[in-house]
Design a binder for this molecule. Structure first.
Ligand SMILES: [Zn+2]
Ligand SMILES: [Zn+2]
Length: 103
C-alpha cells in the first residue's frame, strides 16, 4: 500500500500493490457474482480487506479497483505527483518532461 495522487479522484488515496490488488480483485469478482444480500453486504469482504490494508474506509468498490500502483508511473521529479501511466512522457500536472522517457 502506498499513498498516491489519483488522477480520477483528484486527491491522494491509498493504492494497492500487485499482491494486495490481486486479493482485492478476487474479492471484487466474488462480490460481483454474488446475488445474495444488499450491495453493502456483498461487498463487505472487499471493503473489510481494503480497510485492513489501507486503514481507509470511505471508498466505493469501483474506486478500489482503479487504485492500483502498477497502473501509474513513478512520481514526477518536479511536482511529486505520479505520471499518469508507466509510459507517460511528460507530467500531466506540471508539464515536466520526463527525463528517462525514450522517444
Ligand atoms: Zn481514484
Ligand atoms: Zn509534475
Amino acid at each position: 500500500m502506498k499513498i498516491l495522487w489519483c488522477w480520477r479522484c483528484r486527491m491522494e488515496l491509498p493504492m494497492l500493490d500487485e499482491a494486495e490488488y490481486k486479493k482485492a480483485y478476487e474479492l471484487y469478482g466474488k462480490s460481483i457474482r454474488s446475488r445474495e444480500g444488499t450491495y453493502e453486504e456483498r461487498f463487505k469482504e472487499l471493503m473489510d480487506y481494503y480497510e485492513e490494508v489501507t486503514g481507509f474506509t470511505k471508498t466505493i468498490p469501483n474506486a478500489i479497483m482503479h487504485h492500483r500502483i502498477a497502473q501509474y508511473g513513478p512520481p514526477c521529479e518536479k511536482c511529486g505527483k505520479p505520471y499518469r501511466t508507466p509510459l507517460a512522457s511528460f507530467c500531466a500536472a506540471c508539464g515536466n518532461k520526463r527525463p528517462s522517457s525514450s522517444e
